[in-house]
Design a protein around this ligand. Structure first.
Ligand code: 9UX
Length: 72
């Protein structure tokens, strides 16, 4: 199965942050797709909830020095 979640992301200040965050998310086991937008501070991730959950995804974002919070 697959879920899609949207999250806000804080702390991205340059375009390279986008690549960094997307790379981190895409490398997580269970994450199938990840996009973040600098202009809106929003992101979306498609993931397999049997492999990874929202808390794991937020922890990865915060370990990288950003703030993340799911809105859906
Ligand atoms: Mo830009 Mo982001 O120099 O972590 S890559 S601020």
């Amino acid at each position: 199965g697959t879920l899609v979640g949207q999250f806000t992301i804080g702390g991205m200040t340059c375009a390279a942050c986008v690549n960094s965050v997307e790379g981190i998310l895409r490398n997580l086991p269970g994450v199938k797709r990840a996009v973040v937008a600098l202009a809106t501070s929003l992101g979306e991730v498609e993931y397999d909830p049997h492999i990874i959950n929202k808390d794991d995804i937020i922890s990865a974002i915060e370990d990288a020095g950003f703030e993340g919070s799911f809105v859906q």
